[in-house]
Design a protein around this ligand. Structure first.
Ligand code: MG
Ligand code: MG
Length: 255
């Protein structure tokens, strides 16, 4: 069941999305070589608290998770793709960092992620991250009324594959609303013209997850959360929550 949001609800979701953007910006400003992942989580908590927003991540426990998620952001470093738990790890020069963040305001969820490097970037990482944003932009551009979910998936997948990257198998975007994960699923690869038609008022998280080595396989750490590339190559994950509107896609988690 896909919930179609009213225009008033979209405005409310824009407010929560803006807080997500502010939180990610604060994390980005805080991140530097020598800073712990826990300090990034602390910075994120401060922004959410000041905005009067809650976290859909903190305490989140899907049926596959051994423990509730203990933080307000996921921080996935280097070969970690998604769901990294912020801990005492100190960022090193050249690390590739993906940060996923959610906020809840007045019951509405926003969900977005950024990838960046700290210190001196490796050219290969810069290319991976640039391609991830290019895939995100392509997916958003395809998120127009008259298109279908498969058009978004195809647009994302084509950018990733053309660049020679893998796509984390089994993960993808999703509907967003009063819950973080709603119908429909938004795969990161697919066939154009297939799947659910896109309608004004649908809200989707679009989130490509690229693997530098070119394979799609991954494994999960013993913490039960952190997803890493199977080949040990680096990964990037970027995300926006967007609304489908008759006026075109609206990025609810834009700054
Ligand atoms: Mg997310
Ligand atoms: Mg998401």
């Amino acid at each position: 069941m896909v919930e179609i949001k009213t225009d008033a609800s979209l405005e409310a979701m824009r407010a929560s999305g803006r807080i997500v953007a502010e939180t990610l910006a604060a994390v980005r400003r805080t991140a530097a070589p020598g800073v712990t992942l826990g300090a990034l989580d602390t910075a994120a908590r401060e922004v959410l608290r000041e905005a009067g927003a809650g976290s859909p991540f903190l305490g989140y426990r899907p049926d596959w998770a051994p423990v509730p998620f203990p933080a307000v952001i996921c921080v996935s470093v280097n070969d970690a793709v998604v769901h990294g738990i912020p801990d005492g790890y100190r960022l090193c020069d050249g690390d590739l960092v993906s940060v996923d963040c959610g906020a809840v305001l007045d019951g509405w969820v926003g969900d977005a992620a950024i990838s960046f490097t700290v210190g001196r970037a490796r050219p290969a990482d810069t290319r991976l991250i640039d391609t991830a944003y290019e895939a995100l932009d392509a997916g958003i551009a395809a998120a127009v009324t008259g298109n279908r979910i498969g058009d978004i998936a195809h647009a994302i997948g084509r950018v990733c594959r053309t660049a020679g990257y893998g796509i984390a198998d089994g993960f993808g975007g999703h509907g967003v609303g009063r819950r973080m994960h709603e119908e429909p699923g938004v795969p990161n690869e697919g066939r154009p013209g297939r799947g659910m038609p896109l309608r004004h008022g649908m809200v989707l998280a679009v989130e490509p997850m690229l693997i530098a080595g070119g394979g799609d396989e991954h494994r999960t750490d013993r913490d039960g959360w952190t997803v890493r590339t199977l080949d040990g190559s680096r990964a990037a994950h970027v995300e926006h929550t967007i609304a489908i509107t008759d006026e075109g896609p609206r990025v609810l988690t834009a700054p």
